[in-house]
Write a protein that binds this ligand. Sequence first.
Ligand code: GTP
Ligand code: MG
Length: 378
Amino acid sequence: MNRPSRARYVMIGGFLGAGKTTCVAKLAQRLTAEGRKVGLITNDQGSELADTAMLRSRGFATEEIPGGCFCCRFNSLVEAAAKLTRTNRPEVFIAEPVGSCTDLVATVTYPLRRMYGEDFAIAPLSVLVDPVRAQRIFGLAAGGKFSEKVLYIYRKQLEEADLIVINKRELLDEGGLAQLTAKLSAEFTKAEVLAVSARQGTGLDDWFARLGSAEQPGGQAMAVDYEVYAEGEALLGWLNCTVALGAGTAFDGNAVLQFLARRMRELLNAQRAEIAHLKMTLSPDEGLGDIAVINVVRNDFVPELSLELAEGIRSGQLIINCRAEAAPGALLAAVDRALEEAGAEFPGLTVKVEHSEHFRPGRPQPTHRLARVAVSGS
Ligand SMILES: Nc1nc2c(ncn2[C@@H]2O[C@H](COP(=O)(O)OP(=O)(O)OP(=O)(O)O)[C@@H](O)[C@H]2O)c(=O)[nH]1
Ligand SMILES: [Mg+2]
């Protein structure tokens, strides 16, 4: 890539639903306001991503890498950066890896340093944490959990972090936050633990400043048992679908999303499927980039519209992305039923599924794995 100075490559990881896309959007917004050009890269095991729809609706140049994680699609990651460079010449790339993916240092950032070190300055790896989920996993609070092999991935993500970022900090009181910070600091000694609220904007200045100036340290990457990692990923069911919604007269798109999220959550709860993240976007066909987004990040979580449509719409594209510890067929059955019920609940609403895929992620097979690079500055 012919570029006068190196572009910065920032990767914001963390388990499903921790708030990666929300933080990517915040950082992109901040840099754009400062007059810096950004290029965003999203990633998923399937295609048709709610995250890409959300980020593009905010006007950010975004490339999507579907069909596998960054580590297994390393060349696509490099191509996506090259494509953004041709169209936009970003000074900062912000990449969001799949939330069930780990070993990103050895399989993504170290190979990038080794092979494309003249093009990219690699920022420290941030790994986001949803504090309520983390309290349950680390035994600080009661509540639903994933199976041990899924938790293996969760812990490995934190083990390789340079910065562990507790997001949604406003959900905990001071005592709870101090306890979780102490626990994470004690278990993952390599990382620095920060606390932010992407939603309220607190703590972001300090974090973003480090991402803008510090370099990933280098050294020995962690060891990963790919058998357990693969089995953990395969316990998660994955569903992505796109649906055309329409009606003869205007309908309330926010209400449709709320209905679908409520029913999906009830149906998944009835099957004891541990929900990692159910997210949906609704983009009006006639809109000017308006979009509604709804999320469910736990089984006991009341669905939350993180973006709303300002007025009724006549037609639009609905994207449903659901990740849960459940059989993929069970996710499909829940979606089918919720969509059918929505057709009955909102008179005149037509529901046409245009694309649908449901699967368990395949065994991770990284393009490269580099266990060590020189410590920065040595
Ligand atoms: N309360 C609270 N909610 C937040 C905050 N940041 C993000 N969220 C919410 O957390 C949910 C998940 O956010 P996303 O940004 O989609 O999470 P993600 O990590 O990108 O999820 P995946 O891509 O599915 O892995 C959404 O409902 C967000 O609105 C925060 O600071 N506080
Ligand atoms: Mg996301």
